[in-house]
Design a protein around this ligand. Structure first.
Ligand SMILES: Nc1ncnc2c1ncn2[C@@H]1O[C@H](COP(=O)(O)OP(=O)(O)O)[C@@H](O)[C@H]1O
Ligand SMILES: [Mg+2]
Length: 347
């Protein structure tokens, strides 16, 4: 059964530019697909096709089981769209904006008022609710835009780069709101240039470049496919380096790298955390004391570079956050240990 969002063979050209060059997508109900790609990859065009704003040259698509090309009006009734086409009226207050959207969607006056109040609370806008939207900060505008898209509780949502240009605090807040939304069962297609955002929010990721999907899978699958998982061990005593090195090479998939001055040995592996436990047992059996041991996994940045040969634009330091801040943020993701693979033979 096709998912809540389904597309096959979408092609869209603008003059010489093939903005979409045969895109297939499938988003199961209640899941989040992250459409990840650099500027100009075709993300917005894909969203515009799926939300009935642009006609593709070729291909088919359905949203919530309804054909996008044949029954666009019906599709529009079951989706919410937020992002690069903010529908917010600058001169109205936040509350007025939301009530107006409710009325547009045929809610009763009372229901529109109630829904506006509920959304203003949920999006941390209650204090600013009665100020004109033009006085809002960028983060507040983005939240109001998202709230407007949610007035009628659409089962399928599209968000086009929802956090581009936001500072870390606002980005974090928006992520929380998006996570709540998804926990409520909404199907979401989200575009982003930020690998970390896709990693954080998306169940599945489709990497797009030049109008094509060049890879898809979960964040973990994409990382595994890229390879580059390594075990790093720091032994306590320098004289233990040779025996530890022999043990690690026994478990590894390739040659080891030894840094005598730091007593660090690194070896590429596939087998993850279970292998780590075996290595610890083996080193212990040989009386090798260890100061540190860890599994270093590739990041989505590594994945993107290995797939496309270039970094995702805007990724890395999208908003001037320091490396330290990013690490703190990554540190909050349970069960994830992200570190760049060491050594010179990365893919
Ligand atoms: N209305 C348009 N007219 C001409 N070219 C367009 C139009 N919309 C998009 N493009 C081009 O199509 C390509 C994909 O654009 P877009 O879908 O906006 O990418 P993204 O959202 O990933 O940055 C780009 O080269 C862009 O310049
Ligand atoms: Mg875009």
């Amino acid at each position: 059964m096709p998912g809540a969002i389904h597309a096959e063979g979408l092609v869209k050209t603008f003059g010489e530019v093939r903005a979409l060059d045969g895109v297939d997508l499938d988003v199961p109900e209640g899941t989040v697909l992250g459409l990840l790609g650099p500027n100009g990859a075709g993300k917005t065009t894909a969203v515009r096709v799926l939300t009935t704003l642009v006609q593709p040259d070729r291909g088919t698509a359905s949203v919530a089981g309804v054909d996008v090309l044949r029954r666009p009006d019906e599709v529009r009734r079951s989706i919410g769209l937020s992002g690069q086409f903010a529908a917010v009226d600058e001169y109205l207050t936040g509350r007025e904006n939301l009530r107006m959207v409710g009325r547009l969607y045929q809610l009763s006056g009372r229901e529109a008022k109630r829904r506006a109040g509920e959304l203003l609370d949920r999006f941390h806008l209650a204090d600013a609710a009665d100020r004109p939207a033009k006085t809002y900060s960028g983060g507040m505008r983005r939240r109001l835009d998202l709230a407007a898209a949610l007035v009628v509780r659409p089962p399928v949502m599209f968000m086009d780069e929802p956090t581009t240009g936001l500072d870390p605090r606002n980005r974090q807040q928006l992520w929380e709101v998006i996570q709540e939304l998804v926990a409520g069962g909404t199907t979401l297609l989200l575009t982003t240039q930020y690998l970390e955002e896709a990693d954080h929010l998306a169940h599945d990721i489709a990497v797009v470049d030049h109008g094509r999907v060049i890879a898809r899978g979960t964040s973990d699958q994409l990382k595994a496919r890229t390879g580059g998982e390594r075990v790093e061990v720091v032994v306590h005593r320098p004289e233990h380096i040779p025996v530890a090195d022999a043990v690690l090479r026994g478990f590894g998939d390739g040659g080891s790298a030894v840094e005598p001055h730091t007593r660090r040995i690194t070896v590429p592996v596939s087998g993850g955390a279970r292998l780590l436990a075996e290595i610890i047992r083996e080193l212990d059996a040989r009386d090798v004391g260890i100061d540190d041991i860890g599994l270093r996994r590739p990041t989505l940045d590594d994945v993107f570079i290995s797939l496309t040969g270039h970094a995702a634009e805007g990724a890395g330091e999208p908003d001037g956050r320091s490396e330290q801040q990013r690490e703190r943020q990554q540190g909050r993701q349970p069960g994830r240990r992200q570190g760049r693979p060491q050594g010179g033979d990365s893919p």
